[in-house]
Design a protein around this ligand. Structure first.
Ligand SMILES: [Zn+2]
Length: 133
């Protein structure tokens, strides 16, 4: 689908948010469950990249600036739909929302030099030659 983030950028987000070289170590920024890259999106534990505010930049779907994107599980992503993270988390307890925002803040802090993570994704083997259409 045209709106999907290119594979190497998705893997750069996965690496910036804690994925180890063997594919483990990634958790959902919203619910904190273990998630895995490369799983079919019928799997609730599949890693996905979600927009904090889908329309932040231009008012159009989708704003792909690195600090607007965070890794969440397919289950949370499909429940959130295209709402903002603020709107989505307002439906949970204050404790749950605060834990999610803390995780999100930590992960965005790792993306200040996002180009480094894109380079790391290439070095790790998640390169253009492995990208599917
Ligand atoms: Zn989740």
């Amino acid at each position: 689908m045209a709106r999907w983030l290119p594979r190497i950028q998705r893997y750069a987000h996965y690496l910036a948010e804690g994925m180890r070289a063997d594919g483990t170590g990634l958790t959902c920024a919203i619910c904190a469950r273990d998630i895995r890259a490369g799983l079919h999106n019928s799997r609730p534990e599949a890693a996905t990249v979600d927009h904090l505010d889908p329309r932040a930049l231009t008012g159009e779907l989708f704003d792909r600036r690195p600090w607007n994107l965070v890794c969440v599980c397919q289950g949370c992503n499909s429940r959130k739909k295209d709402r903002t993270m603020q709107a989505y988390l307002s439906g949970f307890s204050a404790e749950f929302a605060a834990a999610a925002w803390a995780r999100i803040g930590q992960r965005l802090a790792n993306k200040v030099n996002f180009g480094d993570w894109v380079a790391a994704a290439g070095v790790a083997g998640y390169s253009a030659k492995k990208r599917s259409k």
